[in-house]
Ligand binder design. Structure first.
Ligand code: ARG
Length: 618
């Protein structure tokens, strides 16, 4: 990673200049203005302040030290290994440039030789793109798509699924051991309602269950019973009793419940497959934690963290911290959602020794998670500090209402996906009536548009959804990125360039591509010129791994989305201003083909990390 190389060089150069035992924090970032180089660092400003020296002077000193260390290999073993590829090409006259800029920035300009070398690496081995091992040995739990039994997933659940799945993909690409769990909502007072409703409807249900969709039946039963108990306190008591019986292990209720879970899980799996989510590692429902709850209540009482109220409820008083009463056991003796979550943290920590434990859940539950983490802390649970509520905002329409679909206002996730695919199909029909596999492409574009629209927004902001914007082929959208990729692939098809096979395997179709890599290796010795746009594109390509890393530090896929959009914009400008197939100069043509390969591969890999597929033609 270029940024890491520069960081290491700087760290090396400041070793003798720092105050004993204090490592200064400094940044290395691509500056907004390309005139300020490919990377800029504030190290001289930081050091200047620390040593009470003029930062411009410090910058001048550091620049000399850096140039010396680069050219004379006065580097530590570690930085020599990292910068090996740089020093190779720097001995021949310092094409690697460092400049000092007011008020004390160090600006780094990458040489053509370095850029060609890095481009060659991408073209030779595109499978390694964006991969790193920084997460090795670290387990990250990611909980998302937490559906509830017998309730159809709705549009609100889609953000959790899309964000969680993208995080898992990005984590895996960086070598983390990412474990996904749905934490299915299969326990709680609402099961009393479901059981009561089922028992009321049981006569005709048994017949219909065989011929109809049992999930739809359950949903209907739940909704009907829910209305009944709302208006009738006595009936509400009956529902509570049904759940109490379930918690006490009543055979009949347990069997019914099991069947409901089975039916619902089939539904969950179907929705997840339709959305193209990575397989889940765990479906540990809330019920899984049943046996683990009583010891926690006992511990909380024993440590005097929780109090038993006169009505029997067990409560942790967090009012002095502005977090209200945290209820562990309700007055009717039933366990709470909070208590199940306490058991979950404890279990996950013991089971996985996680490095991070993430909950991708909408912002309405932030109070719940604050209570949860605070109570867990009071109880002395390990892993609280590593647990985070990765919250997200709402999806709204410009009118403020919910997303509308042709099917009406009942916006289930299925409706929304259907609508997206259907709309994409219409657009493709218009743009490219002869497209082969149009249905398959419509599926990728429709679902890709939905996912990208979500992921291109900061997860914490509410998003204003419009079909026109999500499905537009222009601007920061999924279809624009997919279309850019397809265009680049069409150039490569015409030029008969193919991706090299995974190393070791030989295939005739890859000859061209290896020639491209070979050409780039030769080009470093000759003076092949790279123009400013080509330069910018290669530098952007080099930022890819760093962007994934940055996105993961704040669990925000929109950082990756924004990067891919910028890259696609560059690629489109390139496409319009730089002839590739018709370029008469063979060297230039090869360089441009190599760029097209590298950009296309980066777009495809980046989109796949967001869970978005890339059609070869569209
Ligand atoms: N199933 C819950 C709901 O729909 C969300 C679960 C969130 N995860 C958690 N560990 N509390 O509201």
């Amino acid at each position: 990673m270029m940024r890491e190389k520069i960081r290491t060089l700087i760290a090396d150069a400041i070793k003798d200049r720092s105050i004993e035992g204090y490592t200064p924090e400094f940044s290395v970032v691509p500056p907004e203005n390309p005139a300020h180089g490919d990377y800029a660092s504030n190290i001289a400003l930081v050091l200047g302040k620390m040593l009470k020296k003029n930062p411009m002077e410090v910058a001048e000193e550091l620049m000399k030290a850096l140039e010396k260390s680069i050219c004379h290999s006065e580097q530590s073993e570690e930085s020599r290994a990292l910068t090996g590829s740089l020093t190779d090409v720097l001995d021949d006259g310092g094409r690697w440039n460092i400049k000092v800029a007011k008020p004390g920035f160090l600006n780094f300009f990458l040489s053509d030789a370095v850029l060609l070398h890095e481009l060659e690496k991408i073209v030779r081995n595109p499978d390694a793109l964006g991969k790193s091992e920084i997460g090795e040995g670290k387990t990250v739990m990611v909980e998302y798509f937490q559906l509830n039994i017998a309730k159809r997933p709705h549009i609100g659940h889609i953000r959790s699924a899309i964000i969680g799945d993208a995080l898992k993909r990005m984590l895996l690409s960086q070598g983390y051991n990412a474990i996904s769990d749905t934490h299915v909502g299969d326990w709680g007072t609402q099961f009393g309602i479901l059981l009561l409703g089922y028992k009321t409807a049981v006569a005709d249900l048994h017949e219909r269950e065989v011929v109809h969709d049992p999930f739809a039946e359950l949903e209907e039963i739940y909704l009907a019973e829910n209305t009944r108990v709302k208006d009738d306190p006595a009936r509400r008591e009956l529902a509570k009793e049904e759940f109490a019986k379930l918690e006490q292990g009543n055979e009949e209720n347990k069997k019914l419940w099991q069947w409901m879970v089975e039916v619902s899980m089939k539904n969950l799996e179907a929705s997840a497959a339709r959305l193209g989510l990575l397989p889940f590692d765990e479906h540990k429902g809330e019920s899984f934690y049943e046996d683990r709850m009583p010891p926690i209540v006992a511990l909380a009482l024993e440590k005097n963290i929780a109090q038993k109220k006169d009505d029997g409820a067990v409560v942790v008083d967090l009012n002095s911290e502005g977090l209200d009463d945290a209820v562990l056991i309700k007055s009717d003796g039933a366990s709470t959602y909070l208590l199940r979550d306490l058991a979950t943290i404890q279990y996950r920590q013991n089971q996985w020794h996680f490095w991070k434990n993430l909950y991708v859940v909408d912002v309405r539950q932030s109070h719940h998670f604050k209570q949860l983490f605070r109570v867990a802390e009071l109880l002395g649970f390990e892993g609280v500090g590593a647990s985070e509520h990765v919250s997200y905002g709402f999806i709204k329409t410009p009118q403020g209402g919910a997303i509308s679909t042709r099917g009406g206002t009942g916006i289930s996730l299925e409706n929304v996906i259907d609508e997206a695919v259907e709309k994409a199909r219409g657009i493709i029909w218009e743009k490219n009536p002869d497209l082969k596999n149009a249905d398959e492409v419509a599926r990728m574009v429709g679902i890709g548009a939905l996912k990208y629209f979500d992921l291109s927004h900061h997860r914490e902001s509410d998003i204003v959804f419009s079909w026109e914007r999500a499905l537009s082929f222009d601007g920061n959208t999924g279809p624009y990125l997919q279309y850019t990729y397809a265009r680049l692939k069409s150039i490569l098809r015409k030029a008969q360039v193919n991706k090299p096979p995974p190393s070791g395997r030989h295939s005739e179709r890859s000859e061209e591509s290896r020639e491209l890599a070979g050409f780039l290796a030769d080009a470093r010795n000759d003076a092949i010129s790279i123009d400013p746009l080509e330069h910018q594109i290669i530098v952007t390509l080099l930022c890819f791994p760093e962007v994934i890393e940055d996105a993961l530090t704040i669990w925000s896929p929109h950082i990756l989305a924004g990067y891919l959009y910028a890259l696609a914009q560059n690629a489109n400008e390139f496409y319009h201003t730089h002839p590739v197939l018709n370029e008469p100069d063979a060297e230039k043509k090869n360089l441009r083909l190599a760029l097209v390969v590298a950009v296309a591969e980066t777009l495809a890999r980046g989109l796949s990390l967001l869970g978005i597929e890339t059609p070869e033609e569209m």
